[in-house]
Design a protein. Structure first.
Lengths: 106, 269
């Protein structure tokens, strides 16, 4: 996954697209070190939140990775458990980017 | 590409369950069966370790696909060998262990059905079989509610009953989030999931899950999550996320409205 994500972020720089993570390495103090080693530059929510259910619990995540593609109106347009493959993701994103020109954000 | 890590491993810490059967089995064939199962278990650990090491290194997608195919083939071959061993003496405790180990390795293989049939026939009362019901809860193929229901009914071990009940709730929860199915299906799934979780809470409240929480605590979280499931489907407004990034700065999912967002639940492990 990581190589594809790195190339996605680079390829879509300047486009109305953002890759956001929810990071499940809750108890790992080395997560930031690992991120810089793997060149993970995109922003992630911490999965666990003090005093609240974790995001994975709140979003009923059964498998890691799980990916959601959300359009510019905030509507979930795809949900994948496990990566469906780079090509499928790329095409789905391109299609939603095309839609932005046609239907402006509310 | 297969799902790399099921939540089963994360929540229950049961990535490699090693249940023991009911009572000792000491026939010579049983001890040799145990030894052979033990050897395959070691092989599997090696395969996992090697794969983990390989994916830590940087690879492009093609290389990752090749590694994944390779590890899948190895897992399948170990899984098949485990089922073949279990068939020699399916009632034996080592057979149970072999079948439990084999099951998640045999995705979409005919041997997976054989493993399940043997478990169903010989082991719904065995200690440790609750782990299988839980793993099954995350399988896309087949209806695994009847198997889990049998365990809840027939198994005498509270741990197994509770895990099977949790599995039943998880299966219904999963159906609830699926994009196929009618609103009526979803209403029914929601009711069934809630029923299983409520029963878990009332009958097994103080029992500990492997994550060292009580079932009461675990179920409260699951019940809270249920309220959200129907909104997590394709075509629905994504629920708000209000959280912190890894540097401790708070932000929201809706901060990015107007952009296409790929939201990725990921981890290094």
């Amino acid at each position: 996954m990581f190589p594809h994500e790195r190339s996605l972020v680079k390829k879509l720089e300047g486009k109305p697209f953002v890759l956001l993570g929810v990071n499940g390495d809750d108890d790992d103090p080395k997560v930031k070190e690992k991120n810089s080693k793997q060149q993970i530059t995109w922003r992630s929510f911490k999965n666990s939140r003090p005093g609240k259910p974790s995001l994975a619990d709140e979003w009923n995540i059964d498998a890691w990775p799980t990916l959601f593609l959300v359009d510019h109106h905030g509507i979930i347009r795809n949900r994948w458990e496990g990566s469906p493959g780079d090509k499928v993701i790329d095409e789905a994103i391109d299609q939603l980017l095309d839609e932005i020109g046609k239907t402006p954000a509310k | 590409m297969r799902v790399l890590f099921l939540a089963a491993g994360l929540i229950m810490n049961s990535a490699s369950p090693a249940p023991s059967g009911d009572g000792p089995q000491t026939t010579p064939s049983a001890s040799s069966l145990a030894a052979q199962v033990g050897q395959l278990e070691k092989q599997l650990l090696e395969v996992k370790k090697e794969f983990k090491k390989q994916i830590q290194e940087r690879h492009d997608s093609a290389e990752m696909d090749r590694l994944t195919r390779e590890v899948t083939a190895k897992r399948i071959s170990i899984g098949k060998a485990l089922v073949a061993l279990a068939k020699q003496n399916p009632k034996d405790a080592s057979a149970l262990k072999a079948l439990v180990m084999a099951f998640p390795l045999l995705e979409k293989q005919p041997e997976q059905h054989e493993a399940l049939a043997l478990l169903n026939k010989h082991h719904t009362e065995s200690a440790g079989v609750g782990d299988v019901a839980y793993i099954l809860a995350f399988e896309e193929e087949g209806d695994h509610v009847p198997f889990a229901t049998e365990i809840v009914k027939r198994n005498k071990h509270p741990e197994d009953q509770a895990k099977a009940l949790l599995a039943i709730g998880m299966i219904h929860r999963r159906r609830l989030g699926q994009d196929s199915g009618t609103d009526e299906d979803r209403t029914r799934s929601l009711a069934e999931a809630r029923k299983a979780f409520e029963r878990l809470k009332s009958e097994y409240a103080n029992l500990k899950t492997k994550g060292n929480r009580t079932y009461a605590e675990r179920v409260d979280i699951l019940l809270a999550g249920l309220a959200n499931v129907a909104n997590l489907r394709v075509g629905k407004q994504a629920p708000e996320i209000d959280g912190e990034d890894l540097d401790g700065r708070t932000f929201k999912l809706s901060d990015y409205r107007g952009k296409v967002v790929l939201l990725d639940y990921w981890a290094h492990w």
